[in-house]
Ligand binder design. Structure first.
Ligand code: TMP
Length: 208
């Protein structure tokens, strides 16, 4: 990792508080003197934000699982090329709200696209780039649902609005991904107050 910044992804299902924690963790890292870029998926570059609108607006059945996987991979390719790689090359720390593991959990675990195919798309689009560390925020299903329902975002999007069975598959898939790549993942309980969760996330960056 010499001469290169650090790449950190926050992952988890709906309502676990990722966006709040990305902001808080970025502030904590800046306070320690790091130059931090906050970004998100789908999005994080002009082209990827345009694809985000295609992905999150419209009817639930607007795209097939395969088309959805391709669109997420295309958005990620632009995000990596235009935002993430240039920042890492400049020695900056990149903190992203979601990355590849969201595709593996949502399009893979919950929608049935194979892991091999998703990794192949990631190789084509993004050169197989992986985070140095992936922080998985977890909540019990009923608490995640309660938070997702009460947050102010003008209604759920195409994917966030899917049923509880879909989100249970997403959560199970994230847990499996984390246990299968324990050196890259750290699992952090999101149930405590925001400051406690931020402190746990910061501690989970040890070694970077
Ligand atoms: P968010 O802004 O609430 O995180 O919305 C993004 C939605 O897109 C969320 O429901 C998760 C979903 N998603 C995927 O299905 N696959 C992906 O690869 C990514 C990045 C997000």
């Amino acid at each position: 990792m010499m001469g290169r910044g650090r790449f950190i992804a926050l992952e988890g299902g709906e309502g676990v508080g990722k966006s709040t924690q990305v902001r808080a963790l970025a502030a904590a890292l800046r306070a320690r003197g790091h130059d931090v870029v906050e970004t998100r998926e789908p999005g994080g570059s002009e082209g990827a934000e345009a694809i985000r609108r295609l992905l999150l607006e419209g009817a639930a059945d607007r795209w097939t699982p395969g088309a959805e996987a391709l669109l997420f991979a295309a958005a990620r390719a632009d995000h990596v090329a235009r935002t993430i790689r240039p920042a890492l090359d400049a020695g900056r720390w990149v903190l992203t709200d979601r990355f590849l593991d969201s595709s593996l959990a949502y399009q893979g675990g919950a929608e049935g696209v194979s892991v091999e195919q998703l990794l192949a798309l990631h190789a084509v689009g993004s050169g197989g780039l992986l985070p140095d560390r992936t922080l998985l925020l977890t909540l019990p299903a009923d608490e995640a649902l309660r938070r997702a329902e009460t947050r102010d975002r003008g209604g759920a999007d195409r994917i966030g609005g899917r049923d509880a069975a879909f989100h249970a598959k997403v959560a199970a898939s994230f847990a499996q991904l984390a246990s299968g790549a324990a050196e890259r993942f750290r699992v952090v309980d999101a149930l405590g107050d925001a400051d406690t969760v931020t402190a746990c996330l910061l501690a989970a960056l040890e070694g970077l």
